[in-house]
Design a protein around this ligand. Sequence first.
Ligand code: ADP
Length: 865
Amino acid sequence: MVAYTPMIQQYLKIKANYQDAFLFFRLGDFYEMFFEDAVNASQELEITLTSRDGGGQERIPMCGVPYHSAPNYIEQLVTKGYKVAICEQTEDPKQAKGVVKREVVQLITPGTVMEGKGLQDKENNYIASITDFDAQYGLTLCDLTTGENLTALCSSFDELLSELYSVGAKEVVISSDFPEGLKKQIVDRCGATLSYQTELTNDESHAHLLKHLHDERLTKTFTRLITYIQRTQKRSLDHLQPVKVYYLSDTMKIDLFSKRNLELTETIRSKGKKGSLLWLLDETKTAMGGRLLKQWVDKPLVDRSMIEARLAMVETFIANYFEREDLRELLKEVYDLERLSGRVAFGNVNARDLMQLKKSLMQVPQIDALCKSLEKQSELLTKLDPCEELTNLLEESIIEHPPLSIKDGNIIKDGYNTQLDQYRDASRNGKTWIAQLEQQERQKTGIKSLKIGYNKIFGYFIEVTRANLHLLQEGTYERKQTLSNAERFITPELKEKETLILEAEEKIVELEYQLFVEIREKVKEYIPRLQNLAKQLSQLDVLQCFATVSETRHYCKPEFSTKNALHIMDGRHPVVEKVMDSQEYVANHCTFGENRSMLLITGPNMSGKSTYMRQIALTAILAQIGCYVPASKAVLPIFDQIFTRIGAADDLISGQSTFMVEMLEAKNAIANATSQSLILFDEIGRGTSTYDGMALAQAIIEYIHEYIGAKTLFSTHYHELTVLENELTSLQNIHVKAIEENGRVVFLHKIEEGAADKSYGIHVAELADLPSPLIQRAKEILTKLEKEKQQTDEAHSQPIVREETIGDSQLSLFPAERTKKSTTTKQVSKKEQTVIDWLKTLDLLEMTPLDAMNELYQLQRKVKS
Ligand code: ADP
């Protein structure tokens, strides 16, 4: 047994309850960390690791941060996903007998931070809790900064993951017996920190939050969350709003992969907002509007009347340009009422915040009047509550430019509190009296340079230069301090006044703080009204934002088809179009209807296939969040779900192979899509060998065609698949047009009916500036291979055909393997023969064009060497 000192024993006892957190242990003016915490923190925070004697044989590793700069260090740790337990001294060290009492006053975690750079203005900071009910999952979300509480029941773990990912939950609270495998997925896929709360307490203090909950499972899940928050935060949570139940079926389902692929709120590469749909749309003027916009983008609606209500408001804002511009100006002055309410409840609001609150509230009557003046009224334009009494209270009580600190006075206006006015009078009179005394003393002594000053150590003093000392009357002045060329004195009457002034000033500071806290408590009573106002204002902000984007980018108002048809004229990809800037984006049409539910897109690489597919999905999403769309005309169905398998979003994190992810995404679509869904499959089957891949691609197309009927865009480089148009009644070929000019390929990015007729791989290689002899050789080989293929095809009367039924009958999907023997002549050198043999071993159909290029390059080098 190591005989640690009592303080280290105390540390270890506290630390035992906070194993997964850094324990910031208060020691005087520092927070110290010991043992493993110290080693880890010194690395994470780049601070010096020292050690101290703790009673044992070995010295204990230790590092520390000054308490006044602790917030900065805490923020660094929490942003990295760690938790920090703040352990304070809870008794005055002077009074303490033995070791000073200490306890943890707050656990700061990624999901519970209330301030700092880790919080983004335009993003919610959710902490979630999950409970597992036989493959269904209760999910609750709380944004402690805004007080919002949400809950939903997820019918599968995938659905749950997708929700956690899209809301960007920073921390997930689970019980200790939650399955290990699932925990790992939560951390890997969503990057969330895990926390545990197994015991649930049914505390009366949060009963009012449960009033809308009628499902035991959701109540249990929320109770887990609130128990955890109460246990860790140990402070007022008065701003928390009653939990709102939401149903995933009320919004368009977009799974985790598809959200990522479509780059709705962040881009695949940089994981940043720039370049995403959210980035394009964000013309909001308030932080609250920014957060609501993200929520809307994450959850497009499926209820037609709700979508149309939003669209109608956007139309009104487009038609009323001047009102919209005025509204934007007014909204600029509106502060983050939601987060402010949170800080009021948490008790960390300052007087400047309250001034901003007043300023925000003062905009409300004008915003309300402006909304009433709009030509068309709507149910989305509800009367705004200006919280007039609160505005008046703040107007009467707090000065216009208060300091940041709430403990040093200078906050409260004159006239607000009689007692304060009296103290201020005393202090001000005292100061006038001192100014008069200075005059009198100058006259009495005849010393013009005599002055009365003040410093913190000696208080008020009379200062006389050395040369004038002889003019002072003996015995009246008491010497207090000697300077190099002057002496400082006090007199009994100056001391008496000083006491009065200082007492008054002390009382002023004390009283101002007390009054400020009282005002803050009064503001607390308005929190539900402020939260309600915040909701209305953020909605207005998002709707004006849609109108602004739609007008500047020339979008059109979508209509919704009752016949499940889709018809987009001159559609564009909203983000690519914006990024291209001055270059012309080529607009394209898209039509789905009866006998046309699947489009098979062929065309060279880089011609615009996936851009086209994404633009259809983004158009649907924009329409269903209530925004106009990038087209000259758009008639759309209301999609219940969107599935995508696009591009090379290799799933390195989860350690699965690209092909496995490709198949998982395909499975997800096939298992869940309905005839009301949209599926985008880009180059499915590419990740495996040619025959395998092509067979899978065809089978997937056939399956969707036969059993699902979802609107599907399927791009492929397997030209062989285009014959399916003859077999499948609802499938049509389209292609991206490219032309050859002077032997080079030019992509027109124009979508046309029918299949593409050529593979342009070599031309793309040419564009990539591969050496011209290599390109020349590739062209020769291609011609040769094409000739060979033609001969083989002629030899085998069966081209690529689809068997009517996939049953017992022999599958004859592909032509038989090429059997033709290469001929060699006697003139061939040994070196050439090696190359020929090498060439024969190549399985071209298994190679990408680039692999082929590389091989060719090697072969050529061999022959030339
Ligand atoms: P593919 O899927 O056929 O390989 P992409 O869709 O990735 O091709 O498009 C390649 C590039 O072509 C895009 O990055 C974009 O810059 C450009 N592009 C695509 N579609 C268009 C268009 N309609 N108009 C203009 N440029 C486009």
